[in-house]
Design a protein around this ligand. Structure first.
Ligand code: PRP
Length: 187
């Protein structure tokens, strides 16, 4: 029997765009005169980062890391490994890490420890969504787009089983139900 996921829009593309613009202006003001490298965490952050960097009116370099967390499909176990490292030198650079969501916090905790080994001038975090419901380790982002209490979120880079990343808004994903021609009307 055909089933489909139910998607409920919680952050519209317009709302995200407005907040990304605000974050970009704030980062532009804070990083004046600093030698900055923006580091995105693949894959989830790719859309947020693409939009955000175009709102930062400064010269800077960009790089990416990819981390793998082991565990169930929807929750990290805390066991993280790096599958793609940074390629630029981060020594004496002001590093701004771009992440789509902080959930348990394991991913960022691991990455920050790893980045400390690069003798950076500073490391700050910019996260689109800070979700504290399942937080296991203490992590505070310096720039937060939205605080969302709970729920499994997809869209704007966030996936479930590698699907939904391309949705322009952010949706709450509910358990599967029997399909009757449903399609997210706000897409
Ligand atoms: C997701 C998300 C964050 C991480 C947050 O990545 O993009 O990187 O989980 O979870 P945490 O705070 O519990 O560690 P995922 O491992 O699903 O990979 P992806 O970015 O490729 O989707």
């Amino acid at each position: 029997m055909e089933t489909i996921d139910e998607l409920k829009l919680i952050l519209s593309p317009e709302k995200i765009k407005e907040r990304v613009g605000e974050l970009g202006r704030q980062i532009t003001a804070d990083y004046q005169g600093k030698d900055m490298v923006v580091v995105g965490i693949l894959k989830g952050a790719f859309i947020f980062m693409a939009d955000l960097v175009r709102q930062i009116d400064l010269p800077f370099q960009m790089d990416f890391v990819r981390l793998q967390s082991y565990g169930a499909a929807t929750e990290s176990s805390g066991q993280i490994s790096i599958t793609k490292d940074v390629e630029l030198s981060l020594k004496d650079k002001h590093v701004l890490v771009i992440e789509d969501i902080i959930d348990t916090g394991f991913t960022l905790k691991y990455l920050i420890e790893m980045l400390k080994l690069h003798e950076t001038a500073s490391v700050k975090l910019c996260c689109l969504i800070d979700k504290k419901e399942r937080r296991k380790v203490e992590i505070d982002a310096d720039y937060v787009g939205f605080e969302i209490e709970r729920g499994f979120l997809v869209g704007y880079g966030l996936d479930y089983d590698e699907q939904y990343r391309q949705l322009p808004g952010i949706y709450h994903l509910s358990p599967r139900y029997e399909a009757k021609g449903f399609f997210p009307s706000d897409r």
